[in-house]
Design a protein. Structure first.
Length: 403
């Protein structure tokens, strides 16, 4: 088997219930391959995000530095989205299934993001002592544009118990831009063979990523960069493009007799990627201040931690199931389950940390936040997300057995 092939069956779409071993929440589009190790990657990402939102003032160095830079978890999520969402759009380049219809794609993204988000936003708005909607205008937050100067925003800036959802705005804008990018890239690379297309698209992604980083940190005229850059997918294109580049390599190298050395290394020795991520992360923690303030520090923080995120994700793309520590860790049932409910953990943990664990000693705050977040996320997943996500790949009449 080529190392660029996925680790599980390709047909994991709307299959008969007797064969439906893959939860709808993590199932890829019909007839597209599933990469099961990404479930574990989501768990690592969400646990990192949870830890970084706990107060670290009582931690000794270097633990304080190590914990304060775990915002890399959000970067991992962006790389994951880039890979998993873009690969179906380009799979046909190597004889795979056709790209998803834009309408179906939009429905799946909506069902995945908005219902669970609306639940936590509404609960925190109604629940005494918590703040869901900040201010008197709920439209920006319910629409997930609260960090942008539109519909009365920005909101949810200081007091809101959903401060972490700034990243969902970036995700949603990426969802909107991705089909347009896919169409443009298809037009630009039309007529190229598989290898020629792969090289051209990797070059295009790299060029756009470089432009994105430049616009994020260097504003024309020397002013503050526009929130339409810093708060949307355009400002994080470097991270999304890293995942998209992995998708391009995964498709472009499909069935290849000889992969590049980096791919062969990631497949045969996936632990090297994680060791590289650990070394890079530790070096950045020692080099960077707790809160990067000047442009150089923020640039190094962004690009350096983005590289760490790329290395964390790499074994999930090219690794072989059961080979190496990363694959075994990512495939562990508990880790995979945490990845399955990770969206709920992401949505609820910030409010729990702010309202319940803020004044507790660090270790106790970590335990309380983790236990409560996992418990509430499990309830959210099994009672709301899983039933709703049955409609990702099915019509209403199919779900309820009406012919």
């Amino acid at each position: 088997m080529s190392v660029s092939q996925p680790l599980a069956q390709a047909d994991v779409g709307p299959v008969p219930r007797t064969r439906a071993a893959v939860p709808d929440a993590v199932a890829p589009p019909p007839r597209h391959p599933r990469f099961p190790l990404f479930d574990g990657v989501r768990a690592i990402a969400v646990l990192s995000v949870l830890v970084v939102h706990l107060p670290t003032r009582n931690l000794p160095d270097p633990l304080q530095h190590f914990a304060s830079h775990l915002g890399v978890g959000v970067m991992i999520f962006f790389v994951v989205s880039g890979f998993l969402l873009y690969r179906p759009f380009i799979a046909a380049r190597a004889g795979g299934a056709p790209s998803p219809a834009v309408g179906d794609y939009a429905k799946r993204r909506f069902l995945r993001i908005y219902p669970a988000y609306w639940l936590v936003l509404t609960v925190l708005t109604i629940l005494p002592g918590t703040i869901g909607v900040e201010g008197g205008n709920p439209v920006p937050q319910y629409a997930l544009v609260q960090t942008l100067p539109v519909a009365g925003g920005p909101t949810c800036t200081v007091l809101c118990d959903l401060g972490q959802t700034w990243s969902l705005v970036a995700e949603v804008t990426f969802y909107a831009v991705l089909p347009l990018y896919a169409l443009g890239a298809l037009w630009l690379t039309r007529g190229l063979g598989q290898r020629g297309w792969m090289r051209a698209e990797l070059g295009l992604l790299a060029a756009l990523a470089a432009v994105s980083v430049l616009l994020r940190f260097v504003s024309p005229g020397g002013g503050t960069p526009s929130p339409w850059i810093t708060n949307t997918a355009f400002g994080y294109w470097f991270l999304f493009a890293s995942g998209m580049g992995l998708a391009v390599a995964s498709v472009g190298l499909s069935g290849s007799e000889r992969e590049p050395a980096l791919v062969r290394l990631a497949a045969s020795n996936p632990v090297i990627a994680w060791l590289g991520a650990i070394v890079a992360y530790v070096a950045l923690c020692f080099w960077l201040p707790l809160v990067p303030l000047n442009t150089t520090d923020r640039l190094v923080n962004f690009v350096g931690l983005g590289f760490v995120a790329f290395l964390v994700v790499l074994p999930a793309v090219f690794g072989d199931a059961g080979r190496g520590v990363p694959s075994r860790v990512l495939a562990h049932p508990l880790i995979a389950w945490l990845g399955l409910i990770s969206y709920g953990i992401f949505l609820w943990h910030f409010a729990i940390a702010e309202e319940v664990a803020r004044d507790l000693p660090y270790v106790l705050a970590l335990v309380v936040t983790l236990v409560l977040s996992v418990a509430v996320a499990a309830v959210s997943y099994y009672l709301l997300e899983r039933p709703i996500l049955r409609f990702k790949y099915r019509r209403v009449r199919d779900v309820f057995g009406r012919g």
